[in-house]
Ligand binder design. Structure first.
Ligand SMILES: C[S@@+](CC[C@H](N)C(=O)[O-])C[C@H]1O[C@@H](n2cnc3c(N)ncnc32)[C@H](O)[C@@H]1O
Length: 232
């Protein structure tokens, strides 16, 4: 991984903002991911994110923290929060923004236990592929203290396959429709392609049940997006 995501966050943090990140997927054209959005403060957060922050309790693990926006909000509120990300650049930026407890670490390498585990901005993306969902959910379950919760958001992206007649063009034999190839470029450089998983709520709920987690729909957004709360 070249860590273009981290490079972009570092540029923005260091006052060198000139371009945004360009994203695309195997089923969609190029789109812009504006860097300021990755530094959003509470007032600019989506309602699902605000709600997730309101539900936080006790010790919190922020998985895939990016520049640390959610953790910084919680830190200011006095929460005991730890943030992890696989992007070295993102972790550097979170430290520069004065986040106290943040480290370069992959979710599967985390072993401490928490009252709240937060995965936001399509948290299920970190699972990458439908075949890995049980492995990630079982691991997340192992990070919960008694009475603990996992707060995770995602979207049902079936709408992306809808044609003008209201029919769907996805190939039902081609695997789960929310499993996308995701491409990022920044300042003319291309990141290695990655897998990014969007999970509809019913599929997430079934997967949770199979590993002994309860899964509650907490809030729905305006565009097939939702926030779920998983617990023991
Ligand atoms: C869409 S960004 C969201 C960043 C941040 N949560 C936000 O809402 O602004 C996803 C983040 O997850 C990180 N990530 C991806 N896979 C990860 C893993 N296995 N463990 C920890 N972080 C991961 C990426 O490096 C990236 O910073």
């Amino acid at each position: 991984m070249k860590d273009l995501f981290g490079d972009a966050l570092l540029d923005y943090q260091n006052g060198n903002y000139s371009e945004d990140i360009i994203t695309s997927t195997n089923i969609s054209d190029e789109d812009i991911l504006p860097l300021p959005y990755l530094f959003r403060d509470y007032k600019d957060m989506h309602k699902l994110e605000k709600h997730a922050l309101k539900l936080c309790k006790g010790s919190v693990l922020d998985v895939g923290c990016g520049s640390g926006s959610h953790s910084l909000y919680l830190q200011k509120k006095g929460f005991d929060v730890k943030a992890i990300d696989i992007s070295k650049g993102a972790v550097k930026v979170a430290k520069l923004r004065d986040l106290n407890n943040v480290e370069v670490k992959s979710l599967l390498d985390e072993t401490d236990t928490y009252d709240t585990v937060l995965l936001l901005m399509n948290g299920t993306g970190i699972f990458q592929e439908i075949t890995q969902v049980s492995k990630y959910l079982s691991h997340l379950k192992s990070l919960l203290k008694s009475g603990g919760q996992i707060l995770i958001d995602s979207s049902d992206i079936k709408y992306m396959y809808e044609d003008e007649d209201g029919g769907y063009w996805m190939d039902m034999n081609a695997g789960y429709y929310g499993e996308l190839d995701y491409f990022i470029s920044y300042k003319g450089k291309k990141e290695a392609p990655m897998k990014w998983l969007y999970l509809d709520f019913e599929t997430l709920k079934l997967a949770c049940e199979s590993v002994g987690l309860q899964c509650k729909l907490v809030l729905e957004g305006e565009h097939f997006d939702y926030l779920a709360q998983l617990s023991l």
